[in-house]
Each structure stands twice: as structure tokens, then as C-alpha cells.
Design a protein around this ligand. Structure first.
Ligand code: MG
Length: 236
């Protein structure tokens, strides 16, 4: 017998809030406001930062480095690779974090869909990231009004897709794993991670790659579609 959905967890970054655009706009403002970055073309700055950031997050996720090393090195390595004095690291880090925060916005349709779904289901949030940054997002967008289950990897000690964080979130939801639907954008962290723990998954993607899409219970590229798909999934 197929179990109905009783609980919906949402990922935060690039699922309900537009992290990628905020990151890009934050870096652009940082570039435009710090004199030592201005000789560097924006695209080059973006490419170098992005490649360092990605590598460092991977190491952080695997427990090879700590948070302070990640936060410092993503700027220090970027400056080093661009031939800029790394004594500017702290200035760049602080400037970027402020601008990044200024550009946080909803993904279109996510707020409305959550308003509908949170009337029908218990909801929670499950995010990788730094505790106080993700906490600020919850405050700014009123997410604590919807739930007490706002789960941040840094507080739990495991990052998605590690089973430990899904196990913790399942306990907090007080339902069976197969009664949870996880809405997220990352195939590896959210869809593979959630389904490996027995959760249903809703993948926010444009991907047509059937070897991947068939792993998700639902795929959607528009939040109206998610609301309708959740309804159908609960009728069966
Ligand atoms: Mg995400």
C-alpha cells in the first residue's frame, strides 16, 4: 500500500530562495565597490571564485576542512589566483556577505505554494549551510511562522546527502520516512539523499534526463505544478 504524504520538507537555497542570483549579484556589487577588484573582469572573478568555492564546499561536506577555513579560503584563494594581495581577504569576505544578503529573494511562486501546502500538511525546512546565515533567511522570509522544524546542517553535524541529517529530520517530523516529501533542487543532495532514506522527493529542475528524473517521485519546474502534483500524490 502506498503511504500518503504527511510531512513536507523544503530545501532553501535555489528551491524557495534564489541563492544563485544573490551570489552573482553580491559578487558583482563586491567587484564594483572594492577598488582592488576593479581591474579584474567580473566574469573572471566569478569563474575563479566559483571554482574555489565549489571545491572548498566539497571538502567541507566531506569533513576535510572546517567552516572558518572554508569562509576564509574561498576569498583568499580567489585573490591569490587573480594575483591580488591576500591581505584584502577579510575586507572582501565582509563586503560580499553584506551584499549577498541584500539580494535575497523568493524563487517565483515558492511563497504562494508554501502558503497553500502548509495549510494541508505539516512542513519543515532542511538546508545545508552556515547556521546564522540560514537563520537570517528564515527570519527575513517569515519561515519560522510556518514551523519549528528549521534544520540546518551545521547544527546537526551532517550535511546532505549524508543519511544522518535525513535521519534527524525524520525524527523531528515524527512520521515514517515514506510519509515525508522533500522538495529540493539538487539531484545528489536532495533527490538521491532523500530517496536513499526512503523519503518521497520532488525535484525542482528543468532536466529531461530520464535516468535522473525517474528517481524523483515528482519533478516540476513551476510551483503551481508542484501543488497539483502533491494533491494527486495524496489522492492515490
Ligand atoms: Mg538547494
Amino acid at each position: 500500500m502506498k503511504k500518503d504524504i504527511r510531512y513536507i520538507y523544503f530545501d532553501i537555497d535555489d528551491t524557495i530562495l534564489d541563492h544563485k542570483s544573490a551570489e552573482r549579484a553580491g559578487l558583482q556589487d563586491t567587484h564594483d565597490n572594492l577598488e582592488f577588484l576593479q581591474p579584474i573582469p567580473l566574469q573572471e572573478l566569478w569563474d575563479v571564485y566559483h571554482s574555489n568555492n565549489k571545491k572548498l564546499w566539497k571538502d567541507y561536506g566531506a569533513g576535510r576542512i572546517d567552516r572558518e577555513f572554508l569562509e576564509h579560503s574561498r576569498f583568499a584563494w580567489t585573490l591569490r589566483d587573480l594575483g591580488i594581495e591576500t591581505s584584502n581577504t577579510t575586507k572582501m569576505r565582509q563586503t560580499y556577505m553584506q551584499y549577498y544578503e541584500d539580494h535575497w529573494e523568493w524563487i517565483p511562486g515558492a511563497k504562494e505554494a508554501m502558503a497553500v501546502l502548509s495549510k494541508q500538511y505539516s512542513v519543515g525546512f532542511l538546508t545545508n549551510g552556515f547556521a546564522e546565515v540560514q537563520q537570517k533567511k528564515a527570519e527575513k522570509f517569515g519561515l519560522f511562522d510556518l514551523t519549528e522544524n528549521y534544520i540546518i546542517s551545521e547544527n546537526v553535524g551532517f550535511m546532505k546527502p549524508m543519511p544522518g541529517i535525513f535521519e534527524y529530520a525524520t525524527r523531528m517530523a515524527e512520521v515514517q520516512p515514506e510519509e515525508i516529501l522533500y522538495v529540493g533542487d539538487s539531484f545528489i543532495s536532495d533527490i538521491e539523499g532523500g530517496s536513499a532514506f526512503g523519503w518521497k522527493t520532488a525535484w525542482f529542475t528543468n532536466s529531461q534526463e530520464t535516468s535522473q528524473t525517474k528517481k524523483a517521485t515528482i519533478t516540476f519546474d513551476d510551483f503551481d505544478l508542484l501543488v497539483r502534483a502533491v494533491d494527486r500524490n495524496s489522492e492515490s
